[in-house]
Design a protein around this ligand. Structure first.
Ligand SMILES: [Fe+2]
Length: 202
């Protein structure tokens, strides 16, 4: 069984602490009692996830990739990619169709990703004979600089911005495209009902 009793500044301890923080935020979101509270939690979670992704992609993943193997690492990369698309869409602001659903899907994806990291990637990475505390220190330094100077825009933010508000999801787009026809039909039906007096009692 994997022993998680590691020093606080061990790179794996730092990642696990971040995981616990975002999982707690997801739970708080699910229990939020107002839109304002939910928005504050979304804001905190998006910042935490963006910083965490930078630390992993710039520092931790390259350090462990060769040992862990491309199958697990490529899957992690793709999970980050999908999460970052959702994050970029959520970063467009609070006034959005499907915002709660989008954040709920992000939370589910991230929970799955965390499970895979903690059950597969991190136990395998821990076998390595490297200075995990020095790696952890690099991660903490990078986190401090991101908090101070801001988080650089990633490719997924550029991709979503390029879509210029047309992104979101195909299902929503289809529903919106279908609505005018449905609305027109309903209007026609209402008109004929009025003529025949079916609404007279309402
Ligand atoms: Fe990750």
């Amino acid at each position: 069984m994997f022993d998680w009793m590691l020093p606080k500044n061990h790179a794996i301890s730092i990642l696990r602490k971040d995981h616990d923080t975002v999982k707690e935020l997801f739970e708080e979101f699910e229990e939020a009692e107002s839109v304002g509270d939910a928005e504050k939690i979304i804001d905190r979670a998006l910042t935490a996830l963006k910083i965490h992704a930078v630390l992993e992609e710039e520092i931790f993943y390259p350090a462990v990739r060769a040992h862990v193997g491309s199958e697990v690492m490529n899957e992690a990369d793709e999970e980050h990619h999908l999460a970052k698309i959702l994050i970029a869409e959520l970063d467009r602001g609070p006034d959005q169709d499907h915002r709660t659903a989008k954040f709920a899907v992000l939370a589910e994806n991230v929970r799955h990703h965390i499970r895979e990291e903690e059950n597969e990637m991190l136990p395998k990475a821990k076998e390595m004979d490297i200075d995990f505390e020095a790696l952890g220190q690099r991660m903490l330094d990078r986190k401090a600089s991101l908090l101070k100077n801001g988080i650089p825009r990633d490719a997924e933010h550029a991709m979503v911005a390029k879509a210029n508000g047309k992104s979101g999801n195909g299902a929503t787009a289809k529903r919106k495209a279908a609505t005018p026809r449905k609305a027109a039909k309903a209007a026609t039906r209402k008109g004929s009902e009025r003529k025949t007096g079916t609404h007279a009692m309402m």
